[in-house]
Design a protein around this ligand. Structure first.
Ligand code: SF4
Ligand code: SF4
Length: 183
């Protein structure tokens, strides 16, 4: 059967795909452990197929999930884009939504992405400097582990200052992500 697609619909889809192609490879925050700690599979996702494609699945209560940073993320793109799970297909961050709705230009969105990535890099550098070495964990977990360590009063002034710097950097990052990326 031949299905006729309304030309306006076609135009919108093309524009939306253009925005995704331009913004997402420059961003990656919803795959690299900055925005999310894990992603739950949905009804209809094929866990066996996903595991075969390299998705690192684990049991999360009664659900199946995979951790972030995602094992299929190469730092820029999704390695299993055509077969990605449902949540990944459905997700559209607040920034992308505003671009799709014509409320924000792609250029302005790219600047926001660059700023978010810079803020996340500061937090990442600080947690590493404060002893967090497991790069497979999401950023919020790494921060929580560092923050939970008792303050060593005999530690150098530099280390105590670094902890303060980390708290401020996290507050700034969370606020920025809430304002620009959450839906
Ligand atoms: S957070 Fe938004 S802009 Fe960034 S990769 Fe995800 S969907 Fe794309
Ligand atoms: S499967 Fe692909 S889209 Fe989903 S989190 Fe992993 S890299 Fe991102």
């Amino acid at each position: 059967m031949f299905i006729r697609i309304h030309p306006w619909f076609n135009l919108v889809v093309t524009r939306n795909n253009d925005a995704i192609a331009r913004l997402c490879p420059a961003c990656g925050l919803c795959c690299n452990g900055v925005l999310f700690g894990d992603v739950e599979l949905q009804r209809g996702d094929d866990a066996k197929q996903l595991a075969g494609l390299g998705v690192d699945l684990f049991r999360k209560g009664r659900k199946t999930a995979f951790p972030q940073p995602c094992s299929c993320f190469d730092g820029r793109l999704c390695g299993i884009y055509a077969d990605r799970p449902k949540q990944c297909r459905a997700f559209e961050c607040g920034l992308l939504r505003r671009v799709h709705a014509g409320k924000l230009t792609a250029g302005a969105a790219l600047k926001t992405i660059a700023e978010a990535r810079r803020s996340a890099e500061v937090v990442l550098r600080l947690v590493r400097e404060l002893g967090s070495a497991d790069e497979a964990k999401p950023l919020n977990q790494r921060y929580a582990e560092v923050a939970a360590q008792p303050i060593d009063m005999s530690a150098s002034t530099a280390e105590v200052e670094r902890r303060g710097e980390l708290m401020m950097a996290v507050a700034k990052l969370v606020q920025f992500l809430e304002r620009n990326f959450r839906t």
